[in-house]
Write a protein that binds this ligand. Structure first.
Ligand SMILES: *Cc1c(COP(=O)(O)O)cnc(C)c1O
Length: 361
C-alpha cells in the first residue's frame, strides 16, 4: 500500500509533536562522559548474578512489583517495603508520579536549569512546566519558586546539570507551602550524602526518587526506586503497571544491594577524589567549574557546541549545553578514573576556550 493511501493519523495530545526523541550522537566514542553513568566498572556481585541466571526464567514473567528487591531498597532508605516503589529507571517513576498526581492543566514548578526529562514528562502528561530561573538550579531560599504558586514542585539535589545541592530548610519550606506533589530527585545523592528518603513517608506529599543507574553502576539494567508515604507509592504503583523490571535487572539489583555495598562506597570515594582533582586542574587552566556534589562537573565555556566537537575529535564525549539560564554555554563532564580525566584536562586546555576568556591582552 503506498503512503498516500494511508488514512489520516489521529490528533496527538497537545505538545506531543514538539517532544524531542532522546538520542545521543556520541555512540562509539572512546570515553563517553556525557551521561553521568559509572566509569569505574560494575558491582561484581551483580555481574555474577547475571552470569548465573537460570535460562528457564527467560520465558517467565518477572515479579510484578519486586517484593524481595523492595525489602533491600527499604533497608537502604531506612523505610518499610510498603513505602518503596520500583520502576524501569527513576524516569519511569517520574512519569508515573506526574500522571498519578497531576490532572491535565496542573502546573509544576522547578528551578532552572535542571534535569531535562522533568519538562518532557510534564508535557507528555499535559501538565504545564513552570521554570523559575536560578543560576545554579538550586537557590538559597525558595521564595521565587513558591511565588509562582504552582500546584506541584520538582526539586533535584544534587542538581543535574549544575551539581549544587539545596540548602537546609529549603525542602521543608516547599513542603509546607505546596498543595500537590513534591518530588525530590536524588539520582546523585550517594555522591553527596544526606538523602531525605527516610524523611519522606512522614511527609505525605513528598516523593524521593533514587536510582541504581549512577552510583550503583547499573544504568543498562534500568532500576529506579521511589520512597514516600504508603498511600503515595501505592498510587504510583497503580499507574505504573506491573513488570517494569526484567528478570535480569531484578536479580542484578538484588545482588548489588545484598553483596556489594563495599564496592559502591569505594567507587563513590574514588569518583569524589577524581572530581576534586579534575576541578583543581580545570581552575589551573582558567576554567571555573561550578561547585559539584555529584559525579560530574559543569564547566562554563565560550562556545559549548564547538568545544564538544573539538573534544569529540579526541575521542572524548561530553554534554554540551547552549545558553543555560543564568550560566551561558557550558559542558557537563562525567567523572571517570583519573587517567581518563587527565586526558580530558589536556584536551580542554589545548582546545577549549573558558567562558570568561577575553582574548589576548
Ligand atoms: C540520570 C538521572 C535520572 C535517571 O535515571 P534512570 O536511569 O531513569 O534511573 C533521574 N534524575 C536525574 C536528575 C538524573 O540525572
Amino acid at each position: 500500500m503506498s503512503a498516500s493511501a494511508c488514512g489520516p493519523t489521529p490528533a496527538r495530545r497537545p505538545g506531543v509533536d514538539d517532544l524531542r526523541i532522546y538520542g545521543s550522537a556520541l555512540e562509539g566514542c572512546e570515553w563517553d562522559l556525557s551521561d553521568n553513568t559509572c566509569h569505574f566498572g560494575a558491582p561484581p556481585g551483580a555481574v555474577a548474578a547475571l552470569a548465573a541466571l537460570d535460562p528457564a526464567l527467560v520465558s517467565r514473567y518477572p515479579s510484578a512489583s519486586n517484593g524481595a528487591l523492595r525489602e533491600e531498597l527499604a533497608r537502604l532508605g531506612g523505610v518499610t517495603p510498603a513505602e518503596v516503589v520500583t520502576g524501569c529507571g527513576s524516569d519511569d517513576l517520574l512519569d508515573s508520579a506526574l500522571r498519578a498526581f497531576g490532572t491535565p492543566g496542573d502546573s509544576i514548578a522547578f528551578l532552572a536549569p535542571t534535569f531535562v526529562m522533568l519538562e518532557h514528562f510534564a508535557i507528555s502528561n499535559s501538565l504545564t512546566p513552570v521554570p523559575v530561573l536560578s543560576p545554579g538550579g538550586v537557590a538559597s531560599d525558595p521564595e521565587a519558586l513558591l511565588a509562582v504558586r504552582a500546584r506541584h514542585v520538582y526539586l533535584c539535589s544534587p542538581n543535574n546539570p549544575t551539581g549544587g545541592v539545596l540548602p537546609k530548610g529549603f525542602l521543608e519550606r516547599v513542603l509546607a507551602e505546596t498543595e500537590g506533589l513534591v518530588i525530590l530527585d536524588e539520582a546523585y545523592v550517594e555522591f553527596s550524602g544526606g538523602s531525605m528518603a527516610g524523611f519522606a513517608p512522614a511527609q505525605g506529599r513528598l516523593l524521593v526518587l533514587r536510582t541504581l543507574s549512577k552510583a550503583y553502576a547499573l544504568a543498562g539494567l534500568r532500576v529506579g526506586w521511589g520512597v514516600g508515604a504508603e498511600e503515595l507509592v501505592l498510587a504510583i504503583e497503580r499507574v505504573r503497571g506491573p513488570f517494569r523490571l526484567t528478570v535480569p535487572s531484578e536479580a542484578a539489583a538484588h545482588a548489588a544491594l545484598s553483596s556489594d555495598p563495599g564496592w559502591v562506597c569505594r567507587h563513590v570515594e574514588q569518583a569524589v577524589q577524581a572530581r576534586e582533582r579534575f576541578a583543581e586542574g580545570l581552575r589551573g587552566g582558567g576554567f571555573a567549574p561550578r561547585p559539584s556534589e555529584a559525579n560530574f562537573l559543569l564547566v562554563p565555556v565560550q562556545d559549548a557546541a564547538a568545544a564538544a566537537s573539538a573534544l569529540l575529535s579526541r575521542g572524548i564525549g561530553v554534554r554540551a549545553f547552549a545558553k543555560l539560564p543564568g550560566i551561558g554555554d557550558a559542558l557537563r563532564i562525567t567523572v571517570a578514573p583519573w587517567p581518563v580525566l587527565q586526558t580530558v584536562l589536556t584536551a580542554m586546555r589545548a582546545l577549549v576556550v573558558p567562558a570568561d576568556f577575553r582574548g589576548p591582552a
